[in-house]
Design a protein. Structure first.
Length: 305
């Protein structure tokens, strides 16, 4: 099969490369670059863009599940092909994708912006309760760690500690990050998803604020140091989030909040972001909203009154 790439993330090499199949799923295929730790991800057209992603113009019913771990993939002169001959990909002409979170300049003093943050917060908590999610964002703050059990209690403790560390602009205590990375089960553990969203939220607030930028850099370095605690797929998302790059679905939602988009459009973006995976999307959105409010504590306080 011959397919064209619709878009490529900023982390996709612009020159020849070699890789091997790391893992295959229905709508995604992960490749490990030869001689590197990072992963590239081939994704179906129905999925959002990724920092490390190559989004393909796939036909209906397409699946990557026929690929086997370890199969070799070669990219030469803009053509990516697999040794089994099942797929050849045209990379030339694909749109280069990269988000710009710091440029959003989150401003909670803008009524439309603060109202959008609240709308998404309410929609998130409603969805988490309806789906029976282990983690409900508002409960992490309303009842405190002592009123929760299992992973929710651990996340609550870590988020409280991370917020305190963030507000002090001190990255001397790495326990909060250490507690979150790898916390939970699945392809992308809950703690990792929350941390990806949290860092994304911080990046959105960093425009023209040197002290915030310096803290985020310190936090990013801590994430790099501790990312070995989680799996390859989740580590890839953490690595890019620490550099200010997340999925288009999460980035679009962040932009919708920060730009004060009208409620109907915002609701659609929120639903799209929250629907990723079983709970990964909801947890990333939880982290995003908490990160946006980290240096703007009144947002959280008002919702919990």
């Amino acid at each position: 099969m011959y397919l064209a790439a619709i878009s490529t993330g900023y982390a996709v090499p612009g020159e020849n490369f070699e890789a091997s199949v790391h893992s295959a799923f229905q709508s995604a295929l992960n490749l490990r670059l030869r001689g590197e730790d990072g992963l590239l991800t081939l994704i179906a057209s129905s999925e959002g863009d990724l920092p490390q992603g190559i989004r393909l113009d796939t036909p209906g019913g397409f699946s990557f599940e026929g690929f086997q771990t370890g199969e070799t993939a070669l990219c030469r002169d803009g053509i990516l092909h697999f040794e089994n001959g099942l797929l050849t990909i045209q990379l030339h002409g694909a749109r280069r994708w990269k988000c710009a979170l710091p440029a959003l300049g989150f401003d909670p003093t803008n009524p439309a912006v603060s109202a959008n943050w609240t709308r998404v917060w309410e929609a998130l908590n409603k969805r988490q309760r309806l789906t029976g999610s282990e983690i409900v964002a508002e409960d992490l703050f309303r009842r405190g760690a002592s009123g929760q059990a299992g992973i929710s209690r651990k996340v609550g403790e870590a988020i409280h500690n991370l917020l305190n560390t963030t507000r002090r602009y001190e990255m001397t205590d790495i326990c909060a990050v250490d507690s979150l990375i790898g916390l939970g089960s699945g392809l992308t553990p809950s703690g990792d998803d929350l941390l990806v969203g949290y860092v994304a939220g911080l990046w959105c607030t960093s425009k023209d604020k040197t002290e915030r930028g310096q803290f985020i850099s310190s936090l990013a370095e801590t994430i790099f140091q501790l990312s070995h605690k989680t799996n390859d797929i989740s580590r890839t998302y953490l690595y890019h989030a620490a550099r200010g790059q997340v999925s288009s679905r999460l980035a679009n939602l962040a932009e919708g909040i920060c730009r004060g988009n009208e409620p109907k459009h915002l609701h659609e973006m929120a639903e799209t972001a929250m629907s990723v995976g079983h709970t990964s999307g909801m947890e990333a959105v939880s982290g995003l909203l908490v990160g946006l409010s980290a240096w703007e504590g009144n947002l959280l306080r008002k919702t919990l009154e």
